[in-house]
Ligand binder design. Structure first.
Ligand code: GFB
Length: 314
């Protein structure tokens, strides 16, 4: 990508999109194209197509999506499957119609089978049913991946798909509909400020996740935009697993909460394990740079400085 290339980041205010904009600006890309949701609703085919016709971006990062943690996925499956399919169908189709040179689609590690062998290699996709709590989102994210492959096969479009591990970081949703790490930061902060004695963590605490700091994902995405041109999706993660129990202890410590942790086993655990085999991107020379401790520190600091000050009153 030339520094002057016209690059569209779809979803630039979200967790992943905002990290991409930071990374692109840091590296001197000057011609970034973004549109807030109010200006361009990506679920509307005509609006999206007119936008691509007028702007003709050369490169597209498709980070716009309806996302959330286990509760949101489980509560709003219809919205998750509808909105995600609409967004990706419109953006991929218009990018192809209006001559984008390359597009990178963010899929999700929840597209792997619930009972997949671990660590999960790209070839294990579609070998078994998905975890029910995130099936609607996973089905949409699987369809997006197959759509990239189909446009490549029929039209020669250079569309690639990335499968990230559980992404976390600044600009995430810090509430009960958020992903576990952000949701726990919010819970522990609130408990500390309100001097509560207990924090309730959902499930058994036994599931394990591969937590991946969002700036590392943005770095990997830029690397793949420059270096990867294949139909096969590619995993990106840290290779490290952490149980929810250990995560909860780390968040408790990072936030400085001194009370007790209790587990609500009436809440779902979701996938028991979800560890990606990222050896393909590793073999290309890419490595993640942020430890979970460092990523947690950065995320907690951002949360305290931006969101907590406005929302929680002692
Ligand atoms: O990030 P998360 O919500 O979703 O993490 P997934 C869920 C795990 O954390 C479950 C436990 O084992 C929960 O029981 N957990 C404990 C909590 N306390 C909490 C809490 O307060 N909030 C939340 N959210 N979880 C995601 C999908 O699945 O995987 C996304 O929801 C995406 O769509 C991502 O695909 C990769 O890790 O289960």
């Amino acid at each position: 990508m030339k520094k002057s290339a016209k690059i569209y980041v779809a979803g630039h205010r979200g967790l992943i999109g905002s990290a991409l904009v930071r990374a692109l600006k840091d590296r001197g890309y000057k011609n970034l194209l973004t549109r807030p949701h109010q200006a361009l609703d990506l679920t509307h085919q005509n609006k999206v197509d007119r936008f691509f016709e007028r702007e003709k971006p050369e490169y597209v990062f498709l980070a716009a999506a309806r996302v959330g943690g286990i509760r949101a996925n489980d509560t709003y499956p219809a919205e998750f499957i509808y909105q995600n399919q609409m967004i990706q169908a419109n953006v991929l189709h218009s990018a192809s119609n209006h001559g984008a040179r390359k597009l990178l689609f963010f899929s999700s590690s929840c597209i792997y089978p619930k009972k997949s062998r671990q660590p999960m290699k790209e070839e294990y996709l579609m070998t078994g049913p998905m975890e029910p709590t995130n099936e609607a989102y996973g089905a949409a994210k699987m369809a997006g991946l197959v759509m990239c492959q189909s446009y490549r096969r029929q039209y020669g479009a250079n569309f690639i798909s990335v499968i990230p591990a559980n992404v976390y970081g600044i600009h995430d949703h810090f509430d009960e509909n958020g992903h576990v790490l952000a949701a726990l930061i919010a819970k522990f902060h609130e408990a500390r400020v309100k001097k509560k004695k207990q924090v309730t963590v959902w499930g058994t605490g036994k599931p394990r996740r591969e937590f991946f700091y969002v700036d590392d994902l943005a770095d990997a995405a830029l690397f793949l935009m420059e270096n990867y041109d294949r139909a096969e999706p590619i995993n990106v993660g840290t290779g490290q697993e952490t149980s929810i129990r250990v995560l909860a202890e780390k968040v408790k410590e990072a936030v400085g909460f001194e009370g007790e942790i209790v587990y609500d086993t009436n809440r779902p655990d979701g996938n028991p394990r979800r560890l990606l085999d990222s050896s393909r991107i590793r073999a290309m020379g890419w490595r993640p740079g942020t430890s979970l401790e460092r990523g947690l520190e950065l995320t907690c600091r951002w949360y305290a400085e931006t969101i907590l000050k406005k929302s929680v009153k002692p």
